[in-house]
Design a protein around this ligand. Structure first.
Ligand SMILES: O=P(O)(O)OC[C@H]1O[C@H](O[C@H]2O[C@H](CO)[C@@H](O)[C@H](O)[C@H]2O)[C@H](O)[C@@H](O)[C@@H]1O
Length: 246
């Protein structure tokens, strides 16, 4: 595990604090990235470690994902007394409907022909936006061109959320940072942990305090305090935290 003594110390320092928020991104942290988003199931040990954490008095486990909350539950197959935060924070405690769905559908209609013209590209219609996926576009220049062109279809009311082989265009300005701040306030959390791997997780890292444990999973620039190399390390870190909480 590419942990560090400093990370171990930080985990030890917050382990006794209550209420404690333990939050994690899903894709790229708890589930390996796959060509098919529906195939991104949790890594071995994830269900067990989340259940251990959530069973501790005063500890709240939250899954904070760019996926719609229903998609997150369905794809992960996870269940437990977790907080389910979907659509990059826009789905905080339940689905969003109404006028937002109309704007999303109009956006999807505009993007459909563009995406259909790029072999391998896929348009995902989400609760509060659409995502243009290019993971399976073999021609990488074409993939980049498609994402650039998709951006040109955006007006200033949309929020751009670039990620790994994906550009999401959201009809809200919610982000993972505001969702985490809201969770901290709602729970009265004395400390928080957040693990993430992608661009949208940077809002989450920046939103937490200097003593909170923010962990970037994998390579790339980050505002997180700590880094681990990959998914197995992330699961092991959660296990270490669970060991310390008992
Ligand atoms: O915030 P996250 O939990 O990390 O969700 C971000 C996006 O995850 C999914 O897309 C990503 O994972 C897919 C499955 O591995 C992969 O095929 C895709 O290339 C990745 O971008 C999901 O489909 C999106 O809706 C989420 O926003």
């Amino acid at each position: 595990m590419t942990s560090s003594p400093a990370l171990d110390d930080a985990v030890a320092a917050i382990a006794g604090r209550r209420p404690l928020l333990v939050a994690s991104d899903y894709d790229g942290v708890l589930a390996r990235l796959r060509d098919d988003p529906a195939a991104a199931v949790p890594e071995p040990g994830v269900a067990e470690v989340l259940a251990r954490l959530a069973a501790v008095e005063g500890v709240t486990v939250a899954l904070v994902s760019g996926r719609g909350a229903d998609d997150l539950r369905r794809t992960s197959g996870l269940s437990g007394p977790f907080r389910w935060i979907g659509s990059h924070g826009a789905e905080y405690d339940g689905p969003l409907v109404g006028e937002l769905a109309g704007r999303r559908d109009e956006l999807a209609r505009r993007l459909e022909p563009l995406v259909a013209g790029t072999p391998g590209a896929r348009l995902e219609v989400k609760p509060v936006g659409v995502a243009v996926h290019v993971r399976q576009v073999a021609d990488r220049e074409r993939a980049a061109a498609l994402l650039a062109e998709a951006r040109q279809h955006a007006d200033s009311s949309l929020t751009m959320k670039p990620g790994k082989d994906v550009l999401e265009m959201a009809v809200t300005d919610a982000d993972k940072g505001s969702a985490l701040r809201r969770l901290v306030v709602d729970l009265g959390a004395a400390a928080a942990v957040y693990l993430g791997d992608d661009v949208t997780d940077e809002d989450g890292f920046r939103a937490l305090g200097p003593d909170d444990v923010t962990v970037k999973v994998g390579a790339g620039d980050t505002a997180a305090r700590f880094r681990v190399a990959g998914l197995a390390d992330a699961v092991a870190l959660l296990g270490k935290l669970a060991d310390r909480l008992v």
